[in-house]
Write a protein that binds this ligand. Structure first.
Ligand SMILES: [Zn+2]
Length: 254
């Protein structure tokens, strides 16, 4: 496991993202309780509860508040999506309540507001970005918890980089919903084979800036999941990566 040190060293927040050796060295890694116990040990923060996103490449955000935390804890992880549908980001102001997402090439976005003491995490793939997951997450922090986005610290965990992410030109139509043609030109680089290289990190950064987050507060660990052997990569493995072998990213207020 690793953490986003730029956040952990400055703020009352702890972060984690897993690598391949974590599931290889834990026989029970697929069991949520075992994984949560490993998180607790690594983070050295007592965890009252760990909420996982029920991902669907949506723009939906689940806010965990003092008002609904009891109800959400009482629902098991099947009941939550059954009742509220898929969601790809979580936000909370409750200490010791961990928020967790699962990725393999998509970008894990960590957000922290030191003024209101609010933490959020979002699963950002191209579909989620086009569905507004980045701006919706910041908006949930602002609307539910009174965050001023100018003070928000943001960090990108490991994700597929622009050099490695080859896509078809049809994705530009989806991006046209949220990005100007000028921006799309800066996100998609044409290759000689008719395909394009897509810069999802830049797309997330543009969305953050639009939502009011300051550029100097945006940090990227700059690890490419495809180029590194240490992280789950959907593209690298060429097929579906089973959930337990994907990369988990989490954030918790201390
Ligand atoms: Zn790469």
């Amino acid at each position: 496991m690793n953490s986003i040190s730029v956040l952990d060293s400055q703020y009352s927040v702890r972060t984690v993202f897993t690598n391949n050796s974590d599931w290889q060295s834990h026989a029970d890694w697929h069991r949520t309780e075992c994984r949560n116990a490993a998180f607790e040990e690594y983070l050295r923060v007592p965890l009252n509860h760990v909420f996982y996103a029920y991902e669907g490449h949506t723009g939906n955000v689940l806010a965990v508040t003092v008002e609904n935390v009891g109800e959400l804890e009482a629902m098991d992880k099947i009941e939550i999506p059954e009742r509220i549908g898929a969601y790809d980001a979580l936000v909370t102001d409750i200490p010791h309540t961990m928020l967790c997402i699962c990725t393999a090439d998509c970008l894990p976005l960590f957000l922290y507001d030191p003024r209101q003491n609010v933490a959020a995490i979002a699963h950002c793939g191209w579909r989620g970005i086009c569905n507004g997951i980045v701006s919706n997450t910041v908006r949930a922090m602002v609307g539910r918890f009174g965050t001023d986005p100018r003070y928000v610290a943001a960090a990108f965990g490991p994700s597929i980089c622009k050099r490695c992410y080859e896509v078809g030109g049809e994705l530009m139509d989806a991006f046209a919903k949220r990005f100007s043609s000028q921006e799309i030109l800066s996100l998609f680089e044409a290759r000689t084979n008719g395909k394009f290289l897509l810069d999802t990190r830049k797309a997330v950064a543009l969305e953050l800036l639009r939502a009011g987050v300051r550029q100097e507060k945006v940090h990227d660990v700059d690890i490419c999941t495809l180029e590194s052997d240490d992280y789950a990569s959907l593209r690298g493995e060429g097929a579906y990566v089973e959930v337990r072998r994907q990369m988990f990213s989490g954030i918790v207020l201390t």
